[in-house]
Design a protein around this ligand. Structure first.
Ligand SMILES: Cc1ncc(COP(=O)(O)O)c(C=O)c1O
Length: 493
């Protein structure tokens, strides 16, 4: 009992904001912040028939890469849902098999049967690293992707990439450790570092160079950290990038790997967008695992790497199912054991999330009954994403006071806004960051929910918004942004 309770003072009993873990108060997460809450409020108002005074009739959620969300409505891949539904209700593979044969293609039934034999009920805990058979198929997928062997024992299935990042950082970092993060970055990283009382060491991506990485900027970050006695423990790279959409060239990846090897830094490669690539011929995705393994023997075997993947992105977009994995490369066994111990405390990742990963890494093959439909569904999703992204960047670039690097992949655009001085003054008056003011005004005027660049970090005195390329009806949606932007610029010019 605290002294304030025992001495009868009027201090509140139990948890208060002042007595919970202070690190929690340091955490911020822009993607689901003030703006998203306001957008939710508008959406509820409209759903309850109370939005007649609003200047829009629907809220467009362009703030989060959640493709199957209501309103974005990306259709789930049929084969996935067929297999998972059979696993959820195995009676369809037993006493109701005749019915199932009428409803499901034969390869979906065969796949579900073999998974059922391997897993048993999807309601049971599994191995804490995830189901071994699935880890073996992930290893095969990695080997086929990279041309280098992968070990199922170095692969951990997770409840999405976020859970993997959080587990890994929780194990790897001591209070005060420095972690290099890109600016702009996906706020999971700053949020997790704040929670762990570790220190973000920002390095800037080069916007005019298509959001590329510069070795000099990385080295400067390391030497600045040294100057302030912060040990640089890890380097986070998001490739393809969120929010930038940039895809790294292999040469610069090699430089990064060499640097990590030289400095003894853990490389954390967030590769959740590896399948969202728009120009696979000219700008392919190359994994950091492949780059590490392709270097000299000492670097290939001495660079510590953890690579994250997820079922939330790609063409599956199964964000709510919570599935993903990470692969450890060159990690000492003594550390793997500790990671395993910590994973065990959480028991296991969601089982149908693990099945999702299985379907991601081992989709129907050419010639299988489900192949054609699977191929049409996935290629349509990717083609839609690419065409929306291109259309949006072209139109943004045609606007006065807006410039936008076209994306090589991922699901977002991160256009820059040249804020007129009077807009900066107005934002100051309102006590808001200028880009936050822009996104709030955009929401109020159009119902479009974007995220302010300040939530991701941006170069000083530059202002951006992040919008997803996931919204159907792109023409109408861009038209609204264009109109709002022109009005905003002429209001403050
Ligand atoms: C770069 C990046 N990493 C990780 C995640 C989280 O993915 P998951 O749903 O697998 O936790 C996201 C989600 O948007 C992301 O953009």
């Amino acid at each position: 009992m605290s002294s304030s309770q025992s001495n009868g003072s009027s201090a509140p009993k139990g948890l208060t904001k002042d007595n919970i873990n202070p690190a929690v108060l340091e955490v911020s997460y822009a993607v689901r912040g003030e703006l998203a809450l306001k957008a939710d409020k508008y959406a509820h108002q409209l759903a309850d028939g109370e939005g007649s005074d609003l200047p829009f009739d629907r809220v467009v959620t362009a703030n989060i890469g959640n493709p199957q969300q209501k309103g974005l409505d990306q259709r789930p891949i049929t084969f996935w849902r067929q297999v998972i539904s059979l696993l959820e209700y195995p009676a369809l593979m037993e006493e109701h098999i005749e019915l199932a044969k009428k409803m499901y293609p034969e390869d979906a039934i065969a796949r579900a049967k073999s998974l059922h034999e391997e897993i048993g009920s999807v309601g049971a805990y599994t191995h804490s690293k995830g189901i071994l058979g699935i880890r073996k198929r992930i290893a095969k997928y990695i080997e086929e992707r990279d041309g280098y062997a992968a070990d199922p024992e170095s692969i951990f299935l997770t409840a999405g990439a976020s859970a993997g990042v959080s587990l890994l950082m929780g194990v790897a970092l001591q209070k005060g450790d420095g972690v290099m993060i890109p600016i702009p970055q996906y706020p999971l990283y700053t949020a997790t570092l704040a929670y762990l009382s570790a220190t973000p060491l920002p390095y800037y991506l080069d916007e005019s160079g298509g959001w590329s990485m510069s070795l000099d900027s990385l080295k400067k970050t390391i030497s600045d950290a040294r100057g302030s006695n912060t040990p640089t423990k890890a380097l986070v790279i998001i490739n393809p990038g969120n929010p930038t959409g940039g895809c790294l060239a292999e040469d610069s990846m090699r430089d990064v790997v060499q640097l990590c090897y030289d400095e003894g830094i853990l490389l954390m490669a967030d590769e959740v967008y590896q399948a969202n690539i728009f120009e696979p011929e000219s700008k392919p995705f190359v994994s950091f695992k492949k780059v590490v393994r392709s270097m000299s023997k000492e670097v290939a075997e001495g660079t510590q790497l953890v690579s994250f993947h997820s079922i939330s992105k790609g063409t599956s977009g199964e964000c709510g199912r919570r599935g993903g994995y990470f692969e450890l490369t060159n990690m000492r066994e003594e550390v793997v054991e500790q990671i395993y111990k910590m994973a065990s405390i959480m028991l296991c990742p969601p089982v149908t999330g693990q099945v999702g990963v299985d379907l991601l890494v081992a989709p129907p093959k050419k010639g299988d009954p489900s192949y054609e439909l699977w191929h049409t569904e996935t290629s349509t999703t990717l083609a839609n994403l690419k065409s929306r992204s291109q259309l949006m960047s072209d139109r943004f670039n045609a606007l006065p006071g807006m410039s936008c690097q076209p994306a090589d992949g991922a699901m977002y655009l991160f256009p820059q806004i040249e804020m007129p001085q009077r807009a900066l003054d107005e934002a100051k008056k309102r006590g808001k960051q200028p880009d936050v003011m822009y996104t709030l005004d955009l929401l109020d005027a159009t119902g479009i929910c974007a995220v302010a660049g300040s939530g991701f970090g941006q170069a000083p005195d530059s202002y951006h918004i992040r919008v997803t390329a996931l919204c159907p009806g792109t023409e109408e949606y861009i038209g609204k942004i264009e109109q709002f932007h022109k009005d905003f610029m002429s209001k403050y010019q």
